[in-house]
Structures are given as structure tokens and as C-alpha cells.
Design a protein around this ligand. Structure first.
Ligand code: GCB
Length: 613
């Protein structure tokens, strides 16, 4: 008996290690044939993961390919026998809105970190019987196991990146039962790790859709100006399907461009063509062109901007002209709703605040934000710093942790590589210096550069004092030599002395690279007024901004900044009663969009900067 059990277990382990991975990411889903599965989904709270593990704490789950694979216990598989003991029922369970976190929707779930099962029933008729169908999730925080009609479709780890699975063979016309196990428990080896300074919203936090494609289709493409070029588009197109060697036409009618490429045996075609008299994308004129990619009768449209971004010594050049990045850091949160931002309206609201500050740049901290944020920023003429959650104390020596971080980086580059406004991939935030950390981060840089030769690579580093002189500050991190843009966070006047310390501080930066101050700031409760020496008052924060801006202006290589932060945001680390009450108060706006005094200081500075450049 014992031997049989061991045998079964080893079969199970072998099976779980061979599959469950998602299919390559389908980009630009918003311009494809899609059906939204957003809406109300039934849910079951499962704190002990009863639907997944048996009472010996062995998974009842099987990965795809397993014969008679009904997946987990809570798989919503139709039970025929009336006598069968079934201790769950989705149909009689309450519902949650998708997209959205569970914390924001049910009071009893506000602090919940664990497993919740979601179930959605739907009918689906394909537009053409030969077509293929994929199930696409914008993001689920943090780990997801997906089952369709009693079969395991796959598993995904990472709370802020999109993924998809092909479900063509599992899909039915009527009564499909889609079950998702979502687990947002924090873990040491995860990315991010146990400790962060933001709220761990759990759930299906972004759009869910079915994407229908022809048997062979354009799955991916990269169409942007090549490195150093103002007019040469260079990139690729990638097909998915059985008929991989085909001709694809590329058209940009407004520029009178019509060209074709032929894909090779692997479905890939390099793309190179010249743009004549194109208006390049910039914050002043965020021009996007309609680009048509046609394979047989199927046309996929995208709106693409073209721009050149380069550094020259310590300058950043956009389309050949020196630019100052008038930025602000942002969390992906709608504070009024107290939830993750998840739609175009949220994006317009958040980025509208950045526009009011006169920003031309945003740091989307500390994880990949949803696609609406990137695209809305692109339309509004706002450049973007995009980041992965390699934050603070990641498990640097764990190869699985590296794989996870690297996958998140790959997925976000894949999703956003055609967006002209994205200019920086950031691989980390405030990570403690060690050999293992530097190796981890340089491998991430290699990965990013292998996928994107044009955009800058950076990371938010920390400052150091030299020669034990607290007034002379520099960047000593060995990782600094690998980045294109030198970025660092500093909190002089808040964690580090009082705002007056700014007057005595000087900066020596030895690297011949553009410098971005990726964070500075301090907390203030909107509506709390006192003198400038009283912490948490709007006046203290206002003075802190005045002093910091005066100090930072003196850094000769300064090319931009993204103060911390646009709006107050939820954080379990911030529980000071009557002041914080669960919110990090460093916003220049309150969570409801009220402007604090520091807002006006920063806006004035940015207006001056705009005139200078
Ligand atoms: C930092 C972190 C950011 C925090 C911020 C703060 O350095 O990068 O995530 O929220 O400080 O408010 O302390």
C-alpha cells in the first residue's frame, strides 16, 4: 500500500512539473475579437485551502494532460449522483465584482490574505468553427490556478502581469464553468516578498476576456524606431498556429506606407521600413498612427507612436532634444474606492492629477500597472517609467525567485513594447547592496536588453554619504555602473533630518549619466494646518518640498524627478491614529484628490522647468 502511494505521488510530481504554463502572451487584446468575462463571479472563502488539499494536506489537483483530470475539489464539475457528499456550492455563494479586489468589496475580507475561489458560468458561440479561443487575464494577485469545465487549464504566479491559456478544446457552447483559485498570501520567496509599503489587494484585479483568433494569427509584434534612429522602424512580427510561413502586410495609411513581410518556419518575420515625414510622438504632440497588420483576411489594428529616446552624457534626449522629466510617482490605486485602479476612467482620473501638476513623466511604482494606465498616459503625452516588484529584501539566492522576477519583466516588456511613451524599464527599488543582489539585477538587465535595445534600464537605488561626512552625499552602489539612467531615492527632511538639512547637503555624482531623483517627500494630512516645524502638517510638507527642490536643482546632472507620491495610498505599515489610519500620507493629493500645499510648490517648479526647456 505504501509503495503504491509513493508511486502515485511520483506520477503526480512528474505531471505537475511538466505543464501548467500559460501560452505565449497575445498582445493588443483590445483590438481583437474579444468577449469580456468581467462582471459578478460567485466566490467561496477557503482559508484552509480545503478545495485544493485533502485532509493529509496533499493536493487533489492535477495539472493539464492528466487523464480524467477534474482538477481540484472545488472545480464545479457536475456531480450526477444525488447521494454524493459535496460540501461546497458556488451557485448559492455570494458574488464579487471582477475586476476588483475582494478587500475593497466585503468588510469581512478587508484584511484577508489567503485563498478565495471564483466561479463564472458563461455560454460561448465561436464566430467561426475553425477559430481558436484563448482565456486572457489582465492580472490576478498573486497565485492563480485555473479550471475550465472540470479540467485544469494552468497556473500563474505574479500579481501584476497578464497571461493567457488556449481553451479551444475545452470550450462548450453552453454552461461553461470557469473556476479560479486565487491566493494572495505573501511569501518570502515571492516577488514582491513579505514586506512592502503598499496594500496587498487580493483577487482578479484586472479584466478577464476570451480572445477568439483564426487558426493561425498574429500573436505578437514589435514596431518601434530602432536604436539611434529618427525614421527607421525595426522590429518583428510573430505568428501562432500551424500555417507559419505566410505573407503579412503592414500599412500606415496616413504615412502612405504599404509593405509586406514573410514569416519563416517559426512564424517570425523581421520588420524594417523607413518612415517619411512622420510626426514623432512627444508630450507636446502625442501623435499616434493607425497601423494595420493583415494576415489573409484578418486585420489587426494598433495605434502606434514613434519616437527616439537617447542619452548623451548626462542629458536625456527625446527626438534629439534635451528634455527634463517633470515626473511624479504613482501607485495603481483609486483611493476614493479604496481599491486597485482597473479601468480607463481610473487611469484618466489618476493621470489627470499628474497633468494638473504639469508633469510630462510618471513613475508607475512599484509593479507593472494595468494597460489602461500606459495607453491613457500615451494619449495624454506622458512618458512612463515601468517597474517590476523587485522591492527591498527579495530572496536573492533563490533561482525560482529569479525566474519569477525575470518572467514578470519579460511579460511587461512584451505587453508594452509598442508604447512610445514607455522610456524606462526599472528592475528594482531600494535593494540592499550585496553580490547576490547585484548578480540578480544584472541578469535582469541582460534580459531586458535582449528584448529591448532602445529603452533605458534603471532601478531606484539608495544614496550614501562619503568619507563619513553626512553633508556630502553620493551614489556608491556597484549596480550604478550598469544602468543607463542613474536613479535614486532620498528622504532628506523626513526620515533623514529636518528640511533644513537640505541647505547643508551637497551631492557628488561621479557617473556621466542622467540623474533622476526617483523619490523624495514627506507625509502630511490634508487639512491639518500648523507651522512648518510641525510634522504631518501641510506646511511641513510644503517647506520640505521647497527645501528639497532648492537642493536638487544644484545637482548638475539632474535630468528629472518623480517625487513620492501623487496621492495618499493604503499601506498596512502606516497605522498612526488620526493621521495615517492605514494610509501613507506622502501624497501631494489626498486619496480623494484634494490638493495639499506641496502640490502648488511642485506645480510652480514644473511650470518653471517647462519654460527652461
Ligand atoms: C520608499 C519606498 C516607497 C515607500 C516610501 C515611504 O523609499 O520606495 O515604497 O512608500 O519610501 O513612504 O517611506
Amino acid at each position: 500500500m505504501k509503495i503504491i502511494r509513493i508511486l502515485l505521488l511520483s506520477v503526480f510530481i512528474a505531471l505537475t512539473s511538466i505543464s501548467g504554463a500559460s501560452t505565449p502572451l497575445i498582445i493588443n487584446t483590445s483590438h481583437r475579437t474579444v468577449t469580456s468575462l468581467n462582471g459578478h463571479w460567485n466566490y467561496i472563502i477557503d482559508q484552509y485551502e480545503n478545495g485544493y488539499y485533502n485532509y493529509r494536506y496533499q493536493p487533489m489537483d492535477r495539472d493539464p494532460g492528466y487523464e480524467n483530470n477534474h482538477g481540484a475539489y472545488f472545480n464545479d464539475y457536475v456531480q450526477q449522483k444525488k447521494t454524493e457528499l459535496i460540501e461546497y456550492n458556488f451557485s448559492n455563494s455570494p458574488t464579487l465584482r471582477v475586476p476588483g479586489s475582494w478587500n475593497a468589496q466585503e468588510e469581512e475580507l478587508f484584511w484577508y490574505e489567503g485563498t478565495i475561489w471564483y466561479r463564472k458560468r458563461f455560454d460561448y458561440s465561436k464566430k467561426d468553427e475553425n477559430n481558436r479561443v484563448f482565456l486572457y487575464f489582465g492580472a490576478i494577485n498573486y497565485e492563480a490556478h485555473i479550471y475550465l469545465n472540470g479540467h485544469k487549464v494552468g497556473r500563474h504566479v505574479g500579481g501584476f502581469t497578464p497571461f493567457n491559456f488556449e481553451i479551444t478544446d475545452l470550450l462548450k457552447e453552453k454552461e461553461n464553468r470557469l473556476v479560479v483559485k486565487v491566493d494572495n498570501k505573501r511569501k518570502k520567496e515571492a516577488v514582491p516578498t513579505l514586506n512592502t509599503d503598499w496594500f496587498n489587494y487580493g483577487g482578479i484585479t484586472r479584466d478577464v476576456k476570451l480572445v477568439e483568433t483564426s487558426p493561425t494569427f498574429i500573436q505578437d509584434y514589435h514596431l518601434q524606431l530602432g536604436k539611434g534612429s529618427m525614421n527607421e522602424v525595426s522590429g518583428f512580427i510573430q505568428l501562432n498556429g500551424d500555417d507559419l510561413q505566410q505573407e503579412i502586410s503592414i500599412e500606415i495609411p496616413e504615412l502612405k506606407i504599404e509593405t509586406t513581410v514573410n514569416t519563416n518556419k517559426t512564424g517570425k518575420a523581421p520588420v524594417n521600413f523607413e518612415l517619411k515625414n512622420a510626426t514623432l510622438w512627444s508630450p507636446d504632440n502625442p501623435k499616434l498612427y493607425d497601423v494595420y497588420l493583415t494576415l489573409n483576411d484578418n486585420c489587426l489594428i494598433d495605434k502606434i507612436g514613434f519616437r527616439n529616446i537617447e542619452t548623451n552624457g548626462s542629458d536625456i534626449l527625446l527626438n534629439g532634444e534635451k528634455v527634463f522629466l517633470r515626473g511624479i510617482s504613482i501607485h495603481e490605486e483609486n483611493g476614493t474606492r479604496g481599491d486597485r485602479a482597473c479601468n480607463a476612467e481610473d487611469a484618466r482620473m489618476i493621470l489627470g492629477r499628474a497633468k494638473e501638476l504639469n508633469c510630462n513623466f510618471v513613475r508607475l511604482a512599484h509593479y507593472p500597472h494595468n494597460e489602461y494606465m500606459i495607453k491613457t498616459a500615451e494619449e495624454m503625452g506622458i512618458m512612463v517609467w515601468s517597474e517590476i516588484p523587485v522591492y527591498w529584501t527579495i530572496d536573492w539566492n533563490n533561482p525560482e525567485t529569479y525566474k519569477n522576477a525575470s518572467q514578470q519583466l519579460e511579460d511587461i516588456i512584451n505587453r508594452d513594447k509598442n508604447r512610445a511613451n514607455v522610456i524606462i524599464w526599472s528592475v528594482a527599488n531600494e535593494t540592499p547592496v550585496s553580490d547576490a543582489r547585484t548578480k540578480f539585477l544584472t541578469s535582469l538587465i541582460d534580459k531586458a536588453r535582449s528584448m529591448d535595445k532602445v529603452r533605458f534600464i534603471s532601478a531606484a537605488l539608495e544614496k550614501h554619504t562619503i568619507s563619513r561626512n553626512p553633508y556630502v552625499v553620493s551614489i556608491e552602489d556597484p549596480f550604478a555602473q550598469y544602468v543607463d539612467v542613474l536613479s535614486f531615492n532620498q528622504y532628506i527632511g523626513w526620515y533623514d533630518g529636518l528640511p533644513d538639512l537640505c541647505n547643508q547637503t551637497t551631492w557628488t555624482i561621479k557617473f556621466e549619466k542622467p540623474v533622476i531623483i526617483s523619490e523624495f517627500g514627506g507625509g502630511a494630512l490634508f487639512g491639518f494646518h500648523a507651522d512648518k516645524n510641525t510634522r504631518w502638517s501641510e506646511e511641513f510638507q510644503e517647506d520640505l518640498y521647497v527645501q528639497n527642490l532648492k537642493m536638487l536643482e544644484k545637482i548638475p546632472k539632474l535630468s528629472g524627478m518623480t517625487p513620492w507620491i501623487l496621492s495618499d495610498f493604503r499601506s498596512p505599515r502606516r497605522m498612526l491614529p488620526y493621521i495615517q489610519d492605514g494610509w501613507n500620507r506622502k501624497g501631494v493629493f489626498s486619496e480623494n484628490g484634494e490638493k495639499k500645499k506641496a502640490f502648488y510648490v511642485l506645480k510652480k517648479y514644473y511650470t518653471k522647468k517647462e519654460q527652461e526647456f
